[in-house]
Design a protein around this ligand. Structure first.
Ligand code: GLN
Length: 555
């Protein structure tokens, strides 16, 4: 019988509930359990696909093309399992399903209500992740207890325990223990209130995870235990960590996984955290600075590029380097070109995006990187602007553009494919999810992947226009990966440049801390080579064994 853990949050949002859930997932996986995870979001959007990244952060894409909450990225990176669209449900999607069933007449004329119909649909979403091949489903409930929209979810998970049995369900509540300066004390009252709120919905937490700036004392834990009726061993402190990768180790030291295993009767399972410890050690040693400019539209909300930044970090861990991201507003990129700031970067990433704003700045940055031999990685829109730049400035195709930005361009080097043209509904034409590409043997991209057939996730409408392909390929621009039928260009690179590589896909979604996405790994390597060239005092990371500390590194 699959066991279920429900993670709720109280007191404040952004406490790291998703990271807590992911860390617990990792710990249970490290005990040999088969884990899957899910996020239930109380907002009304049917999925995050249409939500503004300024407000909601990145849209994370799964292999099966689900446009999901960014917490799924944390889940995948921590438990190292590929999830599906079923791992994210919203109030909007749940109501849509219930209303569609009502229109079909499935309810046989009954009055359709929040309880039982909406709650039953929520429980169906939870149950469909369970099965013979899953030991534990971890379900995170978005929002905080006390929100109006969260009530049907709390009711559903309360009922769920009755449905499947007490021994198969565990509730974890994440709260904040703030430090109140004038009193000079950490305060438990918000936790008490939040647990009271949860109990008023019929849910008694089995464990409480207290987020705090600094460690809380055992006396305070006893107080929380007493007032919230949770065994003291199940009051877990997650004080701010140096890196997010430390969180599973902290949770383990605090005994969270032990509480879970005790509850579910998994007591005989030993934990093996050695792989994760190696990772944390590597993260701590990754110190050689490498300056990466991220030329984006949503740079005021770094969460909009969460997986890109994570993938850069992963590439850094691999090489013992620390990716220092410089957030560059795309609209400012042209100005930055003029003042020479881009020259000080070791690498430039041009991430995905929609809409015209900032595109010319990105084109300018791609051109600067090409001309000044600065490593450059283009992701989706990034590959498209590299293509536009090359068309205009190398091929001399004046006015070359994407038909997304200039529908009347004389040279639509990025365009909607003919078979998509008449699909007008927004979203209807999006290429979403995993697609296979075949790589050109011997190309930089094929060397990076170490394979010639790869699968990466997509989320876009426009494509490299095949009508122009031969013109590009005659000028040093290499189409180094295509769809298996050869029609769609998936990867590009430039002959004679240290690293000027673009992909129509989003390889950042499949990057893992222990296994960086190959293009990010090699991009960081190229950026490090440039950093060493600029700062000859940095150690040559490829020198084996390391030369004496005084010897200068080679560029
Ligand atoms: N706007 C571009 C397209 O739809 C790129 C999308 C993206 O970068 N994800 O093709």
């Amino acid at each position: 019988m699959t066991k279920h853990i429900f993670v709720t949050g109280g007191v404040a949002s952004s406490l790291g509930k998703g990271l807590t859930a992911s860390s617990l997932g990792r710990l249970l996986k490290s005990r040999g359990l088969r884990i899957t995870m899910q996020k239930l979001d109380p907002y009304l959007n049917v999925d995050p696909g249409t939500m503004n990244p300024f407000e909601h952060g990145e849209v994370y894409v799964t292999d099966d093309g689900g446009e999901t909450d960014l917490d799924l990225g944390h889940y995948e990176r921590f438990i190292d399992e590929s999830l599906s669209r079923d791992s994210n449900a919203t109030t909007g999607s749940i109501y849509s399903a219930v209303i569609a069933a009502e229109r079909r007449g499935d309810y046989l004329g009954k009055t359709v209500q929040v309880i039982p119909h909406i709650t039953d649909e929520i429980k169906r979403r939870i149950t469909r992740l369970a099965g013979d091949d899953v030991d534990v489903v971890i379900t995170e409930i978005g929002g905080t207890v006390g929100d109006i929209e969260i009530l049907p979810f709390l009711e559903a998970i309360r009922q769920f325990r009755l449905d499947v049995g007490r021994e198969n369900v565990l509730y974890v509540h994440v709260t904040l223990v703030p430090f109140i300066g004038p009193a000079g004390e950490q305060k438990t009252k918000p936790t008490q209130h939040s647990v009271t709120e949860l109990r008023s919905r019929g849910i008694q937490p089995d464990a409480i995870v207290c987020r705090s700036e600094t460690a809380i004392s055992s006396e305070l834990k006893r107080k929380i235990s007493n007032l919230c009726d949770v065994p003291v061993d199940a009051v877990v402190n997650a004080a701010d960590a140096r890196s997010l990768y430390e969180i599973p180790l902290i949770m383990h030291d605090e005994g969270l996984d032990a509480v879970v295993c005790q509850h579910f009767g998994f007591t005989e399972l030993d934990i093996d955290l050695s792989e994760w410890e190696i990772l944390v050690d590597r993260v701590e040693r990754a110190s050689t600075p490498v300056r990466i400019g991220l030329i984006g539209k949503y740079v005021s909300l770094p969460d909009a590029y969460l997986s890109v930044v994570e993938a850069l970090n992963h590439g850094g861990f691999f090489h013992g380097a620390k990716a220092e991201v410089e957030w560059i507003q795309a609209e400012d990129a042209e100005g930055l070109l003029a003042d020479g700031r881009l020259r000080d970067l070791d690498g430039i990433v041009i991430p995905g995006g929609f809409g015209e704003r900032g595109v010319e700045g990105k084109v300018a940055a791609a051109g600067y990187a090409r001309e000044h031999q600065i490593p450059c990685l283009g992701l989706c829109l990034g590959m498209q602007v590299m293509t536009i730049e090359f068309a205009r400035n190398v091929l001399g195709l004046t006015g070359a553009n994407s038909s997304e930005f200039d529908p009347t361009s004389a040279h639509p080097v990025i365009d909607i494919m003919d078979n998509q043209r008449d699909v007008t509904e927004k979203g209807g034409t999006m290429r979403l999810g995993a697609y296979v590409a075949e790589l050109l043997p011997g190309s930089q991209v094929a060397r990076a992947y170490g394979r010639e057939v790869v699968s990466e996730r997509h989320r876009h409408r426009y494509e490299f226009n095949p009508r122009y392909r031969s013109r590009f390929e005659g000028s040093g621009f290499v189409c180094s990966g295509t769809s298996p039928d050869g029609r769609l260009v998936e990867f590009i690179e430039l002959e004679g440049h240290p690293f000027w590589v673009g992909t129509q896909a989003h390889p950042e979604f499949k990057s893992r801390p222990e296994r960086p996405a190959p293009l990010f790994r090699d991009f960081i390597d190229a950026a490090l080579a440039r950093a060493e060239g600029r700062n000859p005092h940095l150690p040559d990371l490829d020198a084996e064994p390391p030369a004496s500390s005084s010897s200068p590194a080679t560029a």
